[in-house]
Ligand binder design. Structure first.
Ligand code: FA5
Length: 344
């Protein structure tokens, strides 16, 4: 027993000295491997406990544990000390020269579809509209039923869709936001624009993409008529494309508006005279609109005998194409840096 205790004292002194003398992390790791690892004597000596009497075991057990604890603590303290010294040394050596020229970096730009979305929203915000966002994943009920498009109605074919289940789909237009806003406002006057992505199983071509952006507009009040809609859109077009642009309303069909119109804007390329860009018609279609159908008002809790309103759905990519003379909608989504950096 005596010799074991002496051995412990010897190890305590030896390892303490080694740790104190160490001046680098490398030396410290070597000490750990040699004197503090599982196979080192300070740990293997624990096996002596088995051969001792209960009294000796208690004395030797306490001693070896306190020696080990002391050495591990010492090791940790020294390790922290060396880390700190290394860091100070590094900081002293690494001086920053603020007079050097900065590193060149490239920053991204905003995609034109977002530039145009914000431009359109700002025009309507100036006219007193509030911005409300709908949902990308919609239920059949909001996307179709509340828009007066019951199941099996042929007009569903106009918007072939991506379904998650029979009743859940990626919205095909921003019009369901109309129903959500009317539900929320319940009888109050409404003046909102609702931007968002839409998805359709359209074949991608120069003017169609399976994912595109729309801005829905909805105004509900009393004695609202088509004249209000035309004046609003005329102001929007003039602010967007300049005072010389004219609009014309072409009769159309949407199940959720009555009457319904397509809105065309006079071609900037030929000033309405006719050219290849406008397919020689002098006008280009950019949005659908109309007076909110009485059934849509009724389904969303507005009495059509008292309330009336107009709605429109602007295709943002189409506006961006006109604004920036983009010949093919697919360029907007192809992530070609040569195209995108023109909008920085
Ligand atoms: C609608 O989506 C109606 N919800 C718009 C509306 C709202 C009418 C409120 C009346 C009242 P339409 O399917 O025509 O209508 O789409 C509106 C606009 O979205 C189009 O004029 C076009 O600019 C754009 N658009 C439609 N499909 C695509 C597509 N696949 N790719 C790019 N733009 C598209």
């Amino acid at each position: 027993m005596k010799e074991h205790l002496e051995k412990l004292d010897h190890l305590l002194k030896l390892i303490t000295n080694k740790i104190e003398e160490a001046i680098s992390k490398k030396q410290l790791i070597e000490i750990r491997n040699a004197y503090l690892s599982k196979k080192a004597e300070i740990n293997t000596m624990l096996s002596i406990l088995k051969s001792l009497t209960p009294e000796e075991r208690s004395v030797f057990g306490q001693k070896i544990n306190s020696v080990r604890e002391h050495l591990f603590q010492l090791y940790e303290q020294k390790s922290n000390l060396i880390d700190r010294a290394d860091l100070t040394d590094k900081l002293n050596k690494e001086q920053i020269d603020l007079s050097l020229p900065s590193v060149n970096y490239t920053s991204g730009g905003v995609n034109p579809v977002f530039l145009v979305r914000d431009e359109i929203l700002n025009i309507f915000i100036e006219m007193g509209y509030e911005v409300k966002e709908g949902r990308d994943v919609e239920s059949d009920y909001y996307n179709f039923e509340l828009m007066n498009i019951p199941k099996n109605h042929p007009s569903r074919d106009m918007q072939d869709s991506f379904y998650f289940s029979e009743s859940l789909l990626l919205r095909t237009h921003t019009s369901p936001a109309q129903a959500r806003v009317m539900e929320e406002k319940k009888g109050e006057l409404i003046k909102v624009v609702c931007p968002g992505k839409c998805y359709r199983r359209d074949n991608d071509d120069m003017t169609h993409s399976h994912q595109f952006m729309q801005i829905e507009g909805l105004l509900v009040g009393q004695n609202i008529n088509l004249g209000h809609l035309k004046a609003t859109l005329d102001l929007f077009i003039k602010k967007m494309f300049g005072p010389k642009r004219e609009i014309r309303l072409v009769s159309s069909y949407f199940p959720f508006t009555e009457p319904s119109v397509e809105v065309e804007v006079s071609c900037a390329e030929c000033d309405g005279q006719g050219c290849p860009t406008c397919k020689h018609t002098g006008y280009i279609e950019i949005l659908g609109a109309g007076m909110v159908h009485p059934d849509v008002l009724k389904m969303s809790g507005y009495d059509p005998e008292i309330y009336s309103g107009f709605a429109f759905g602007i295709g943002v990519e189409r506006v961006a194409m006109l604004r920036y003379q983009i010949d093919d909608i697919r360029r907007i989504y192809q992530n070609d840096v040569r195209f995108l950096k023109q909008f920085k």
